[in-house]
Design a binder for this molecule. Structure first.
Ligand code: ADP
Ligand code: MG
Length: 260
C-alpha cells in the first residue's frame, strides 16, 4: 500500500493586541478576503463580544442563534455555527452573549485549551484560520494564543501606540512556557500608516529592533475606504479592490503564504 498522505491542518493565526482601535478586526476581515482570493479555504473566528467582525461581514450579531459563546461552553461545534460570507470566507460569529463567556470559563479547569479543542474539529476543512481577539489579555485572548501557530500584532505607527506591545510579548513568553510551545510571533503588522509623516516612518523603522521581532511588509496605509467597507458587509478587498489599502493587505497575505 502506498503511504497514506497526512491531511495537513489549517494554520491558525491569532490577530491580537490588547489595545483597541489598532485595526485587528479590519486586518482579519481584509487578510481573510485576500487569502480567499488566493484560493485558500478561510475561517474567521470572532472572539470579541463587540462582534465588530461579525457585523462587518454582513451578519447581524443579534440575530445569530449560536455563536462562539456556545462553542466555548461546549454546547455547539464550530461547524454548527459557521456562516458562509460574501467575501468567500467562513465566519464563526460572536454575539453579545460572548461578554459573559469569560466569567463562566473562569470557573473551569483547562479553560485556555477549550478553543484549541474546538478548532481541531474543523482544522482539516481550512487552510488558514484567523482569530480576531478582543482588546484585552483575558481568558479568550489567552485561549486564542494557546490555539494559534502564529501571532500577528497590528500596530498603528504612532507615538505611544507600541507601549502595550512589550506587555503582549511578556504574555506570549508565558503562553509559550506553560500553554503552547509552538506559538510563533509572525510579526508586527504596521497599520493606519501615514507615509507622509516623518514620525510614522520613525516608528516603523524603530519598532522591529526595539522588540526583536519581524515587521510585516508593506505597512497598511491609512485610507478613508476602510471606514466605508463594514457598512455594506464586505471587506475593502471587495468594496475598493484597487485602493492602496486593499493592495497592501493582498501583498501582506501573499508574503504570509509560505507559512501556511
Ligand atoms: P480593532 O479591532 O483593533 O479595535 P478596527 O479594525 O475595528 O480595530 O479599526 C478601528 C477603526 O479604524 C475602525 O473604524 C476602522 O474602520 C478604522 N481603520 C482600520 N484600518 C484603517 C485604515 N487603514 N485606514 C483608515 N481607517 C482604518
Ligand atoms: Mg476589533
Amino acid at each position: 500500500m502506498p503511504p497514506r498522505k497526512r491531511t495537513p491542518g489549517a494554520t491558525i493565526l491569532a490577530v491580537a493586541n490588547q489595545k483597541g482601535g489598532v485595526a485587528k478586526t479590519t486586518s482579519v476581515a481584509s487578510l481573510g478576503a485576500a487569502f480567499a482570493q488566493l484560493g485558500k479555504r478561510v475561517l474567521l473566528v470572532d472572539l470579541d463580544a463587540q462582534a465588530c467582525l461579525t457585523f462587518s461581514l454582513g451578519v447581524d450579531p443579534d440575530a445569530v442563534e449560536e455563536s462562539m459563546h456556545q462553542v466555548l461552553l461546549g454546547q455547539a461545534g464550530i461547524a454548527d455555527i459557521v456562516i458562509e460570507c460574501d467575501d468567500g470566507v467562513d465566519l464563526a460569529p460572536a454575539s453579545i452573549e460572548l461578554a459573559g463567556t469569560e466569567a463562566v470559563l473562569l470557573g473551569r479547569p483547562a479553560r485556555e485549551f477549550v478553543l484549541q479543542g474546538a478548532l481541531k474539529e474543523v482544522a482539516k476543512d481550512y487552510d488558514v484560520i484567523l482569530l480576531d481577539c478582543s482588546p484585552s489579555l483575558g481568558v479568550l485572548t489567552l485561549g486564542a494564543l494557546t490555539a494559534a501557530n502564529g501571532l500577528v500584532i497590528p500596530m498603528p505607527c504612532e507615538m505611544l501606540s507600541h507601549r502595550g506591545v512589550g506587555q503582549l510579548l511578556d504574555t506570549v513568553a508565558d503562553v509559550k512556557k506553560y500553554l503552547n510551545k509552538k506559538l510563533d510571533v509572525v510579526g508586527i503588522l504596521p497599520t493606519l500608516f501615514d507615509g507622509r509623516s516623518n514620525h510614522a516612518q520613525e516608528v516603523l523603522a524603530d519598532v522591529g529592533e526595539r522588540y526583536g521581532i519581524p515587521v510585516l511588509d508593506p505597512p497598511i496605509p491609512r485610507t478613508v475606504r476602510f471606514a466605508e467597507a463594514p457598512a455594506v458587509g464586505r471587506s475593502i478587498l471587495a468594496t475598493a479592490k484597487s485602493s492602496k489599502g486593499a493592495k497592501a493587505y493582498r501583498d501582506v497575505a501573499e508574503s504570509l503564504l509560505p507559512r501556511l
